[in-house]
Each structure stands twice: as C-alpha cells, then as structure tokens.
Design a protein around this ligand. Structure first.
Ligand code: SF4
Length: 357
C-alpha cells in the first residue's frame, strides 16, 4: 500500500509552478557542441560502506555540516536548472543519498517543480528495503543500485561491511515498488570478484534487473588505480562470452544516444546486459551531464580539475539570474573529455564519494 506523505514541503519556495511567468531560457552548452540536461546532485559525501576502491577503511574527512546545502538550497538550485537551464533529469547521488534525512520529502519537492524532471537515484541499497515504496510514491522513477558481488564474504572484503543481505533486500523492494528500470552497477576487480561476472548476469536475469558492468575509473582517494590492472570492457565481454553468446543489436546502438552503456542481447533471450567502457572507449563526445556537489559546487565533468561555487552566491542573496549565469559559464568551460588516456592526466582532488556518480 502506498504511504502518503505531507509533500511537497517546499512548493512555496520555488517559483516553478505551472502557470508562473516564463523565464529567460539558457542552455548549458559547452564549446564542443554538447548540452547538459542531466543534473547529478550529490546529497552527502558520507557513506555507510567503505568500498576499497572508493575510500580507506577509516573513512574520509567529511564535509563540515555547515557547508552542505540544505534541502531548501538544493531545491532552489534544481528549480533554476529545470526552469531556466534545460535540465530534464535529476539524479540524486552521494556518498550514499539514503543517508540524507527526509530524502522522500526532497524527492517530492523536486517532483513538484515545473517542468517536472525525471528523478533517479544512485544508491548502495542499504536501507532501501524500508524506503523504496515511499520514494516511489514521492516521485522517484528510476534507480541504480551498486552491487559488485553475490558472495557475502567477498562483499565484506570489498565493502568492509557485512551488508549483502540488506542490498539484496533493497533490490527486491525497488522492483516491488515499481521503480523502472532497476539497474545494477557492477565494478569488477581483478582477483577479487572478476570470476563472478557470469553469476551476476544469471542473477540479474532471474531478478529482472538491468546489469551494467562499469570499468573502474581513477577516482579513489588513495590514488591506487592502475590502468593495467583494470578489467576492461573487452575482457568483461570475453568472460561473459565463455558462457553465453552476446549479440550486438543495431537498434540498441541507434537508441543509445548519450547513454554510457553499450548493450548486448543475451542470445535466445530479450535480456540486455550493459558494459560501460568509461576508460577504454570514452563516451565524452555525447556527454550531457553536469554535477552539483553536496557543498554547492558545480562540476562540469566527473574529472574536472576546477569547480564553480554556487553556494556562496546562493547564501549571499544573489538573484536567480546571477546564479543561472554562473552555472552557464561553468558548463561553457567543459573540457572535451576526461583525458584518462593522456600521459598528462591528473586525478581530480575530490574523491568519487564527494563528487557523486
Ligand atoms: S568523464 Fe566527464 S565528459 Fe566524459 S562522460 Fe564523464 S562527465 Fe562527461
């Protein structure tokens, strides 16, 4: 049964209601012909796991609470994005976004904006079992859940927490709540979980969730990533190919657009598995993403070396026009790609958990 919540709370804080006067529209365009329409909002840099490829066992120096945007500030910035800057999709990320108190209310506030963006969530799934239905009722449509292994011991080794059952319960709850699609994001690490590729595929097919393998990227704070240790997209395909035939469907290639995953149909079925070759075959040329960090900084790329501060103008009384102009300028300076394959590549100072996936 759907639980009704008293939302939206912040409707009166935005001018984004249907019928409000039309605002000046600007596009978040860069010098390479790309337009950002997909806003990824990190709600916190904190996480309840300690995945080895993401943070050290003791955690990180978290952002000071006063620096983290309030719900009201987040909704105000998202309203500027959807009303004026052509944002059509809002993905809530972290850290772990389920750690954000009142996430359901925040989702409802975003869903009350006009035009209503499509709202998605990227989560590790812990705690989702109790909240998926409320999130769906609040307006959440899509969900990506990170899951690298089906083995409880490997999970505990990788995430340094013994929480696999919670994640699996979260996956089931997301499906039952009608979130569509439920995508599973999997990173394979050599000699840790790389032997599980086919097990994960079989599980995802039986659970009717969309599995996507993602090449590991250099975003760990320990700077331990080594290209020659990475399990490449070609290797993943080869490993799965030992068990099933993977068919490239020309229609999938046409429909891919700016989606990062290359889809392969499992022969004899309608099931499609995704492989995201973030490093070996970058898709930056069709990138439509822009990121807002939990402390109010715009990052025009996951790997950007600079950020544009929206929190200070937001807190010092800047007008929506001024904030929108600052955001447009931030995206205009976007680089053509992540440059991981260039000898001069430098990892961003912020780790993945503080950027948002
Ligand atoms: S690395 Fe940067 S430019 Fe490339 S797809 Fe990711 S966010 Fe877009």
């Amino acid at each position: 049964m759907t639980t009704l919540l008293p939302f939206p709370r912040l409707r009166n804080l935005t001018s984004a209601l249907a019928g409000s006067p039309k605002r000046d529209q600007m596009a978040l365009a860069d010098a390479f012909g790309r337009v950002a329409t997909d806003l990824r909002v990190s709600l916190t840099d904190r996480c309840n796991l300690r995945c080895a490829y993401c943070m050290p066992p003791e955690g990180l120096d978290w952002l000071p609470g006063a620096d983290v945007l309030t719900d009201e500030e987040i909704v105000r910035l998202i309203a500027i994005g959807v009303e004026r800057l052509g944002i059509t999709t809002v993905r809530l990320t972290g850290g772990e976004p389920l750690l954000r108190k009142n996430l359901e209310l925040l989702v409802a506030d975003i869903a009350a904006l006009f035009p209503t963006p499509e709202i998605a969530l990227t989560t590790n799934g812990i705690g989702l079992a109790a909240r998926a239905e409320k999130l769906a009722a609040a307006g959440l449509k899509r969900i990506n859940i990170s899951l690298d292994t089906l083995d409880p011991d490997t999970f505990a080794q990788l995430a340094r927490r013994r929480r696999l059952p919670d994640v699996l319960a979260g996956v089931a709850a997301a499906r039952e709540a009608g979130l569509q699609p439920v995508k599973i994001n999997t990173v394979l690490l050599r000699d840790i979980n790389d032997h599980e590729a086919f097990d994960l595929l079989q599980w995802a097919m039986s659970e009717q969730v969309q599995l996507r393998f993602i090449e590991q990227m250099p975003l760990d704070p320990q700077h331990g990533w080594k290209r020659d240790e990475m399990i490449t997209a070609d290797e993943i395909r080869q490993r799965l190919g030992q068990h099933v035939e993977l068919v490239e469907d020309p229609e999938d290639a046409v429909a891919r657009g700016s989606a990062p995953a290359e889809l392969f149909r499992v022969a004899g079925t309608d099931y499609r598995v995704g492989i995201i070759a973030s490093v070996s075959k970058p898709f930056c040329g069709s990138c439509d993403r822009v990121r807002l960090t939990a402390d109010g900084q715009i990052r025009n790329c996951l790997f950007a070396r600079t950020e544009s501060d929206l929190r200070t103008p937001l807190r010092t009384g800047a007008s929506e026009d001024e904030i929108a102009a600052r955001w447009v300028a931030a995206v205009a300076g976007k680089q053509p790609g992540h440059g991981i394959n260039d000898p001069s590549f430098l990892q961003p100072d912020r780790p993945m958990s503080a950027i948002g996936g």
